[in-house]
Design a protein. Structure first.
Length: 231
């Protein structure tokens, strides 16, 4: 029977709050000896996997302390709450890192335009992030080519922002210059703090948009008379 120990394990992994020694056996099995600090959170390591969670079954013993596991299919509401909390914790760390390096930099988030979808499926509890001061502005990605839908999404976002800054995300790559200008004016009428055109690389690519796209939009939407106080 094969044997493994912490001292003889062939692979070692060290992360903040975590240390593991592993030995891999035939048949797809791995033996691990792991140590966690009290506040260790490995959830960010699984982002991008199905359900953002580890896909491997685990068997083992907890020698000292306690380890909490969340199962997507066993406790769905608890799992959702856990993931939301972890995302918010990540945003807290991101803001702290950005402000430590560049205190005057703005921390902004491009978010799903539908608020319920952002919360339920993207883990973006951005109204709470604005309220807590974790982000300085939120840009709902209202990239729809439908003017009414764009207005509805930006109005809904502004309505739950609690006075926080909303920058209207406009999918200019899908729109003519005239449509983009109309959406900019709509965003201003709805009281947004700014607008964001997505995306610059597509707007300067003559294969995707007219060569004078930004010049046309700029003359109509960003002159002193057309854009008082806007960003």
């Amino acid at each position: 029977m094969p044997k493994a120990s912490r001292e003889t394990a062939s692979e070692k992994v060290e992360l903040e709050g975590y240390e593991g020694q592993f030995e891999h056996w035939d048949g797809g099995y791995s033996v691990g000896f792991e140590r966690y600090s009290a506040d260790a959170d490995l959830a960010p390591l699984f982002v991008g996997l199905p359900d953002d969670r580890c896909q491997c079954p685990h068997w083992g013993y907890v020698i000292r302390g306690k380890v909490v596991f969340a199962y997507a299919d066993g406790l769905p509401e608890e799992w959702k709450a856990f993931r939301l909390e972890r995302m918010t914790a990540l945003m807290t760390r991101v803001r702290a890192a950005v402000k430590a390096a560049r205190p005057r930099a703005l921390v902004t988030v491009a978010a799903a335009p539908d608020i319920k979808d952002a919360f339920d499926h993207k883990l973006q509890n951005w109204p709470a992030w604005l309220d807590a001061g974790l982000v300085d502005a939120v840009a709902p990605m209202a990239y729809t080519p439908e003017p009414a839908r764009f207005a509805q999404q930006i109005a809904a976002a502004s309505g739950v922002a609690g006075g926080g800054a909303i920058w209207a995300g406009i999918g200019a790559y899908r729109l003519t210059p005239a449509q983009t200008i109309d959406n900019i004016q709509t965003a201003r009428r709805l009281g947004t703090a700014g607008i964001v055109l997505f995306s610059y690389d597509s707007l300067i690519d003559p294969k995707q948009t007219p060569a004078n796209y930004l010049a046309v939009v700029g003359r109509s939407a960003f002159t002193a008379s057309s854009a008082p106080g806007s960003q």
